[in-house]
Design a protein around this ligand. Structure first.
Ligand SMILES: O=P(O)(O)OC[C@H]1O[C@](O)(CO)[C@@H](O)[C@@H]1O
Length: 529
């Protein structure tokens, strides 16, 4: 295609959402008009399913749950007045609580006010808040937010080191919808110990965001925590950033949570339009279907040319892959669906993997995110009439062209800035696109059975560890190999896991396990020390 022909294609297919100033350019995706025509029927079905979902249908059949994240920014759409009230009351409670924290009306026992937040959560209970905090944060924020989002002791120590002796003015926000996620439970216990070590009462410095009656809810009640905020079963973890999960930490940080809700609300209006080319979420879903043949045959590379959107790909990895990466479709057929997501930011990534994108295996489609506003205030000229921001755009367009010349497809989302409204709109755009695409490929986007398998397997490993430790302590003078110990605990076939557990225990002195070299690595003997 000539540049002139591409300009025509660009104009023909550019999809815009005036209310948030967003456009979606799919001109570098090599779909045909015939494809759009062929998809009209399946897309209508997706629109029907989405309308039923928003009206309160059981759209998550495997867990027999409604799917209500759209109601979070349009409470009047909730199917019952009580839900509308719950949503509105929770937003009001969040805003009031954050105001009380900022004013010092809610304060820690040992300081004039809370100045920091330590968020403890994982997956959707951390990724959304992390994206929001990073994208919208600035030195002007009312509170600094830190995250424990993994059960990595060293990772926690790094955060505690950053917090230092400011725990007395730090508010812990523990987030877990289920209230039982072990990584979050571990982070909470480690945080509690850190506060106790400084002679501080953890409960007087803690709030919870969790499901009513959950284990975490019980812990918060028993520990007389400051507050709990609700998570409802009709909001999935990966679509919870506009519930208390994301709104509470963002409001405490001092961010424009109303703007996020408004941007999402406006995008939702645009993505209800039953038109595959004028509805940006429908167009995205169609492009994903086209690129990967409805089978996820091409990876989704997320390339925002904006530092503030660095975490967008991490956020979308969960939203897209935990929603679409499913073994079975809704009929029970094995489909092994999904779309892999990766990327960081441009132009940085041009110096990392864009080489492969241009010349290597053509197993992807790129999504550029272009932000028109370069910065607050003036830019210097790095060359006559050229600024750093001009270079950023130049590299985006240059990379887009370099890929297209080699038959590599891309889309470009253009937004005016990285504001709360824009971020809310982007989040809503992808939530809707995932939901529409899921119907196109006939899967339930709203459960995550595969994660349970990993959690169960982890439980087996820890149970083995308990048995092995008991055995070693029962015979402290005896040094035994992994084989011997696996047999002794009645799990001879689990010898590899026993070996891995022993290696880890021996590497961490406090566990009280010592290794004695054997004739080979696998003949190493272990004993209680
Ligand atoms: O908020 P919870 O219940 O601790 O779950 C954390 C995350 O774990 C998952 O349940 C599984 O990965 C996610 O869907 C969720 O966001």
């Amino acid at each position: 295609m000539t540049e002139r022909q591409l300009w025509e294609r660009y104009q023909k297919h550019l999809c815009g959402v005036e209310s948030v100033g967003l456009t979606l350019d799919v001109s570098r995706m090599n779909f045909t008009d015939d494809f759009l025509a062929r998809m009209r029927g399946p897309l209508d079905k997706a629109f029907d399913a989405m309308e039923a979902l928003e009206k309160g249908a059981i759209a998550n059949p495997d867990e027999k749950r409604r799917v209500g994240h759209y109601w979070l920014r349009a409470p009047e759409l909730a199917p019952e007045p009580a839900l509308t009230k719950d949503i509105q009351d929770t937003v009001a409670a969040i805003n009031a609580f954050a105001g009380d924290v900022h004013s010092g009306r809610v304060k820690p026992p040992g300081a004039a006010r809370f100045t920091r937040v330590l968020l403890v959560g994982i997956g959707g209970s951390a990724l959304g808040p992390q994206l929001v905090a990073d994208a919208l944060g600035s030195t002007a924020d009312k509170m600094q937010v830190f995250f424990l989002d993994n059960t990595d002791p060293d990772g926690m120590d790094r955060v505690f080191a950053q917090l230092g002796d400011s725990l007395r003015e730090t508010l812990a926000v523990v987030i877990s919808k289920s209230g039982g996620t072990k990584e979050t439970r571990n982070g909470m216990l480690e945080a509690e110990r850190a506060w106790k070590r400084q002679g501080l009462d953890f409960g007087a410095h803690a709030v919870a965001v969790t499901g009513e009656g959950s284990e975490l809810d019980r812990v918060a009640q028993q520990g007389k925590w400051l507050r709990t905020f609700p998570m409802w079963d009709w909001v999935g973890g990966r679509t919870s950033v506009l519930s208390a999960v994301g709104l509470l930490p963002a409001r405490l940080q001092g961010l424009d949570t109303d703007g996020m809700l408004a941007g999402a609300r406006d995008m939702d209006v645009a993505t209800r339009v039953r038109d595959g080319v004028r509805n940006p979420a429908a167009l995205l879903a169609l492009m994903w279907f086209h690129a990967g043949g409805g089978r996820g045959q091409k990876d989704m590379v997320i390339l925002p040319y904006k530092d503030r959107l660095l975490l967008l790909s991490k956020y979308l990895q969960q939203l897209v892959m935990e929603s679409l990466g499913k073994e079975l479709d809704v009929s029970g057929a094995v489909v092994n669906q999904g779309i892999a997501v990766y990327g960081n930011k441009g132009s940085t990534d041009q110096h990392a993997y864009v080489q492969q994108l241009r010349e290597g295996v053509n197993n992807f489609f790129a999504t550029f995110v272009e932000v028109l506003k370069d910065r607050e205030g003036e830019s210097m000229q790095v060359e006559p009439d050229i600024t750093s921001g001009d270079y950023l755009l130049g590299f985006l367009l240059g990379t887009r062209r370099a890929l297209f010349e080699k038959g590599r497809e891309s889309m470009t989302i253009t937004v005016p800035d990285v504001s709360a409204r824009t971020l809310g709109a982007l989040i809503a755009l992808y939530e809707r696109a995932v939901g529409l695409y899921a119907t196109l490929v006939n899967i339930n986007a709203y459960h995550q059975p595969g994660v349970e398998a990993g959690k169960k397997a982890a439980g087996v490993v820890l149970e083995l560890q308990r048995k092995v430790l008991a055995r070693l302590r029962a015979e402290p003078a005896k040094a035994q190999t992994a084989e011997e110990l696996a047999r002794a605990v009645g799990a001879p076939d689990e010898v590899e896991t026993v070996f891995k557990v022993l290696e880890h225990l021996a590497a961490n002195a406090p566990a009280g396990v010592r290794r004695e070299p054997g004739t080979s690595r696998f003949e190493t003997r272990f004993r209680a020390s």
